[in-house]
Design a protein around this ligand. Structure first.
Ligand code: ADP
Length: 463
C-alpha cells in the first residue's frame, strides 16, 4: 500500500536561535557541508516528530552547538582564537595586508575542519540523507543513500537519487518548497528496486537557506514491517486457537441450557467437556500472556539457588497421579554431584512439569517416562533430560517444534494441547536464564527433551 500523508505542522526553532554566522561563510566556500547546519536542523526536527532516531537527534545536537556556540567545539574554538591572535600580530606588524591574509587563511582552515566534520557526521547516519533542489537534482547524498538508492544516487547535479524514489517524493519536494517552510511531508511507500523495499520518507524544507532546497531522509523499514507481519500472524493464530474451544463450549452449554439432555450420565459428560475446554482456554491465555511478558522484556527471573535433584523429584511426584491413570512408569535418575544452579524456581518447575506432562501425553498407556539430572562440567551447567518411549517426532517437525502454536500433525488426535508449551519453555530457559533447550527424537521409538541451565559462581562454590 502506498500512502502519501498530507502536511503536518513544522516545529520551527525560535527566531534567531541556531543562526551562527559560520554556516553562511562556509556556504559560500563549501556549499553542501556548510548548509549542513540548516540541513541537519530540518532533518532533526522532522525525524524526531516522525518517530525518532537517536543518531539523527545526536547529529542535530552536534549541529546546533557547532553553529550556535563556538566554545562548545574546542578544536574550532582554538583555531578561531589562533586566527584572532594571528590577526592581532599581523596588524601590529608594519604591513597591514599581511595581517588580513593570515587571519583569513586561519579562518578558512577552521571552516574547512568544521565542514569536514559535518560531512562525516552526515555520512555516519544509517538512514539515507539527501539534499535536493526544486528540480530534484542532488546537491548532497550521504553514503547510506548509495546503498539504498543505488551507487549513482550520490552523483551531485543528477536526478538519480530522486528517480530511485517513489514519484510522490518529488511531488512532496515541490510542495514543501512552494509552501516555503510551513509544511513537512511523510510518505510510506516502496522503492522502485527489485525487492520493492518498504521505506518511510521524510521531506522537509531546508529553512533559511538562500536557495530553495529540500532535505529528504529515507529509512528502510523492512524490519519494522516484518515485526508487524509477525504480530498479525500471532494474533490470527491466537484467535483461531481461542475460537475452537469457545465453539465447543458454546455447543455443549446450549445443549445443557435447552434441557435437551435427559440422561444424567450424558449431562455429566457434557459438563466434563465444558470444564476441560475451560481449563484449556485458561492455559492458552496464561501461556500467551507469559510469552508476551518474556518477549517484551517485562518478565524478570527471580534467581535463587535451585537444587535440581530435589526439584525434579517433586515434579515427578506431582505428575504421578496422571501417570498412574495411564499406567505409565515414571522414574528419576539423580546425579551424585550437586546439581545446583542460579535460577527462578517456579519457572524451572513450570518447564519440567511441561516436559513431563508432554511425555505422559504423547506416550501410549503402559509406557515409560524418566527424568535424568546431570551436570556438564565443561559448560558449567545443570542438564535435565525428560525421556519417553512414546510417539516420537518426525524429523521435519523438529525445527518448528519450539515455535508458537505448532503441533505435530496426527498428535492432535492423541492428546489436546495449546502448541505454546514448548515455546514458553524455550523462552524461560533461553531468554530468561541464558540456557539452552533441545530435543532428540525418533518416530515410534520415543523422545528426549533436554535443557541446560548455567550454574552461577555461588553454586560452583557449593558443589
Ligand atoms: P501442546 O500443548 O500442544 O502439547 P507443546 O508446545 O508443549 O504444545 O508441544 C508442541 C507439540 O510438540 C505437541 O503438540 C506435540 O505434537 C509435540 N510434542 C511435544 N512433546 C512431545 C513428546 N514428548 N512426544 C511427542 N511429541 C511431542
Amino acid at each position: 500500500m502506498q500512502l502519501d500523508q498530507g502536511p503536518t505542522s513544522n516545529a520551527r526553532r525560535p527566531e534567531g536561535e541556531g543562526r551562527g554566522i559560520t554556516p553562511w561563510i562556509a556556504l559560500a566556500s563549501i556549499p553542501v557541508a556548510a548548509a549542513g547546519g540548516y540541513f541537519v536542523d530540518s532533518i532533526a526536527t522532522g525525524w524526531m516528530i516522525a518517530g525518532g532516531s537517536a543518531a539523527v537527534a545526536f547529529c542535530a545536537t552536534m549541529f546546533f552547538t557547532s553553529s550556535d556556540q563556538d566554545d562548545s567545539q574546542p578544536q574550532s574554538a582554538a583555531k578561531a582564537s589562533a586566527a584572532a591572535a594571528a590577526a592581532r600580530r599581523a596588524q601590529a606588524a608594519a604591513d597591514p595586508n599581511a595581517g588580513k591574509d593570515a587571519a583569513s587563511d586561519v579562518l578558512a582552515r577552521a571552516m574547512e575542519v568544521r565542514s569536514t566534520e559535518r560531512t562525516a557526521l552526515l555520512h555516519a547516519i544509517t538512514d539515507a540523507v539527501l539534499l535536493v533542489d526544486s528540480h530534484g537534482e542532488t546537491r548532497f547524498a550521504n553514503k547510506c543513500a548509495s546503498k539504498l538508492l543505488g551507487e549513482h544516487a550520490t552523483d551531485a547535479g543528477t536526478r538519480h537519487a530522486i528517480e530511485a524514489l517513489p514519484p510522490q517524493v518529488m511531488r512532496a519536494v515541490q510542495a514543501v518548497i512552494e509552501a516555503g517552510g510551513s509544511e513537512r511531508r511523510r510518505i510510506e511507500a516502496e522503492l522502485k528496486d527489485s525487492a520493492a523495499t518498504p521505506v518511510a520518507v521524510l521531506v522537509n524544507l531546508v529553512s533559511d537557506c538562500p536557495q530553495a532546497l529540500a532535505a529528504i531522509i529515507v529509512r528502510d523499514v523492512r524490519s519494522e514491517r516484518e515485526a508487524d507481519r509477525m504480530k498479525s500472524e500471532f494474533v490470527a493464530k491466537a484467535s483461531h486457537e481461542l475460537r475452537t474451544p469457545l465453539a465447543s463450549l458454546r455447543a455443549y452449554a446450549e445443549l445443557l441450557a435447552d434441557g435437551e439432555v435427559e440422561d444424567e450420565n450424558q449431562r455429566r459428560e457434557f459438563a466434563g467437556v465444558i470444564l476441560s475446554e475451560t481449563g484449556r482456554l485458561s492455559t492458552l491465555v496464561d501461556r500467551m500472556l507469559d510469552i508476551g511478558r518474556i518477549e517484551s522484556g517485562l518478565a524478570r527471573a527471580n534467581l535463587e539457588s535451585v537444587d535440581f535433584n530435589d526439584l525434579c523429584l517433586r515434579c515427578v511426584e506431582e505428575q504421578q497421579g496422571e501417570a498412574n491413570r495411564r499406567m505409565i512408569t515414571m522414574k528419576v535418575t539423580r546425579t551424585e554431584r550437586a546439581a545446583i544452579a542460579a535460577a527462578d524456581r517456579p519457572l524451572m518447575k513450570q518447564v519440567i512439569l511441561n516436559l513431563l506432562s508432554n511425555a505422559i501425553k504423547y506416550t501410549p498407556d503402559g509406557g515409560e517416562v524418566s527424568v535424568e539430572v546431570d551436570t556438564d562440567n565443561l559448560a558449567r551447567s545443570v542438564v535435565i533430560s525428560v525421556r519417553d518411549n512414546g510417539l516420537g517426532i518426525p524429523e521435519h517437525a523438529i525445527p518448528r517444534l519450539f515455535g508458537k502454536f505448532y503441533r505435530v500433525e496426527n498428535h492432535e488426535k492423541f492428546a489436546k494441547g495449546t502448541g505454546l508449551g514448548l515455546n514458553l519453555c524455550r523462552n524461560i530457559v533461553e531468554a530468561m536464564h541464558g540456557g539452552q533447550i533441545g530435543v532428540d527424537s525418533k518416530v515410534g521409538v520415543g523422545s528426549r527433551f533436554w535443557f541446560a541451565i548455567p550454574q552461577d559462581h555461588a553454586a560452583r562454590k557449593a558443589a
